[in-house]
Write a new protein. Structure first.
Length: 167
């Protein structure tokens, strides 16, 4: 089993429900969610003229291979109405693989660790909350050490914590 970290974000419709639905659909055979971070409301990156996002990071254990995990994520996104109409545009749900154990993967369809992980406060803050000692598999930096470089990016904690499915 590998420990993986996923980032979930939504800025269209009932954002809280979208996060909860994604968590519920992801959790299941071969993918067990262990922990979920605080939810943060964050300013959009890139295309600014859109609603703010609700973001979180989850930690899970999986025996899925990276491409199998990507396929599962894409099915969940489609089921929740994700349409890729405009790059960095509004989305019902966005799910990214941040880390897959300490693996480094570079292919045309998948890059792990996530290529912009170190630049995004909305990813680093919840990830460092879950695992402050976690190290970036390429740079070796503790992820919590990377946070100060992202201080200019707006985010605030939200008083909402999705439920982790239990069997």
């Amino acid at each position: 089993m590998k420990t993986v970290y996923l980032s979930l974000g939504s800025n269209v419709g009932d954002r809280k429900r979208m996060l909860e639905s994604a968590i519920s659909l992801l959790d299941g055979p071969h993918f067990r969610i262990r922990r979920v971070s605080t939810v943060y409301e964050t300013e959009p990156v890139g295309l600014r003229r859109q609603g703010w996002f609700l973001n979180l990071v989850l930690e899970a254990e999986t025996d899925l291979f990276p491409r199998q995990l990507l396929s599962r994520i894409q099915r969940v996104e489609l089921e929740l109405g994700r349409r890729r109409l405009k790059q960095k545009g509004p989305r019902t749900i966005d799910i990214d693989i941040l880390l897959y154990g300490d693996s480094v993967i570079r292919s045309s369809e998948l890059v792990i660790p996530h290529p912009r992980l170190e630049e995004r406060r909305f990813v680093l803050a919840p990830l460092a909350e879950l695992s402050p000692e976690l190290r970036h598999p390429i740079s070796g930096h503790m992820l919590a050490e990377l946070l100060p470089a992202t201080l200019g990016q707006a985010l605030r904690k939200v008083e909402f914590r999705p439920v982790i499915p239990r069997r």
